[in-house]
Design a protein around this ligand. Sequence first.
Ligand code: SAH
Length: 360
Amino acid sequence: MHSLNRQEIIDWLKNENSRELDDLFFAADATRRKHVGDEVHLRGLVEISSYCRSACTYCGLHAGNKKAIRYRMNSEQILKCAIQAERLGYGSVVLQSGEDPQFDMKSMEQLIRSIKRETTCAITLSLGERSPEEWARWRDAGADRYLLRFETSDPFLFEAIHPDALRNIPSRVDQLPVLRQLGYQVGSGVMIGFPGQTFETLADDLLLFQDLDLDMIGVGPFLIHPETAFGTGWVPREIDPTNQVESSVDMACKVIALARLLRPDAHIPSTTALATLGGVDGRIRGLKSGANVIMPNLTPTDLRGDYAIYPGKNVSFETAQVCRMELFDMLKSIGRVPGKGPGHRKRSQAPTNPSFTPKT
Ligand code: SAH
């Protein structure tokens, strides 16, 4: 038994031998069962605004995209979605948006308080980079978790794909401890396979998940949006085709599996991006490779298509009720059960070194 070191992680990311990869997925699935069980936690996702002040080169909602359709839900609409989340038996609601200053410190605080008053849902926020004062106030108002993907641990790449990093604020990696200190359960993660991402940087991202002791780890394939810098063919650095991570279901599942082995008791979603690329099968493969969370979409159906961070997202315009039925059937078919209650991370005092001996 020994821990996964950087080179072993790189070897797994490059491995294309399906029998060996089955061993990896099997080991990750067993680790998932042992540390977090068969429950799949359901977090109702409400995409509360498509306005964004940022200029990220990967995201269809970046401020410069004149073709993006912008909407902002009001507090009443959002509260209705949270009540629906509770009725559907989802223990959490995730409020996600572009970086929209209109949801300011006070309005978010009031919204969080009203959701906490009217429901028993845990609240996850995913509102991008906001000030420590805002984060503190929202935490005091009752927000439980914060998702802020660091997107890549390579500082050069991060500044290139996230030009706002040049605003004099700490990198996302450095902002995560602030959230942790405020008492949030902290989630982060990366996109898989954007141009310029190498096997080495992705291995470093995985090791950082371990070092940061994240409560939640969200990873999904990169999907190119035509109205972004990436969509026009821009690349952050010269691409070496032999060392470019591909955006695929297989690669996403490898990263999920490695994340599970490195952080046995974290919450890891089988993401919407994975389901967009691989359909229901993609979602199931994520769940069988170490994932234990799904974020069903509760955004009103007439707005969903406009939260277009990448194309093809939210392809399902089924009502929340229909989605829930399909989801529960799917979970049953793979021997998993819907999680009950808020589904907070329980730290299992798991060893930080995975007990998995790679066969390669
Ligand atoms: N404004 C918030 C929420 C952004 S959307 C924030 O910046 O944190 C949530 C995540 O979707 C992002 O962190 C990013 O990792 C992912 N994402 C954005 N554009 C994407 C794309 N084109 N393909 C795949 N994932 C993407």
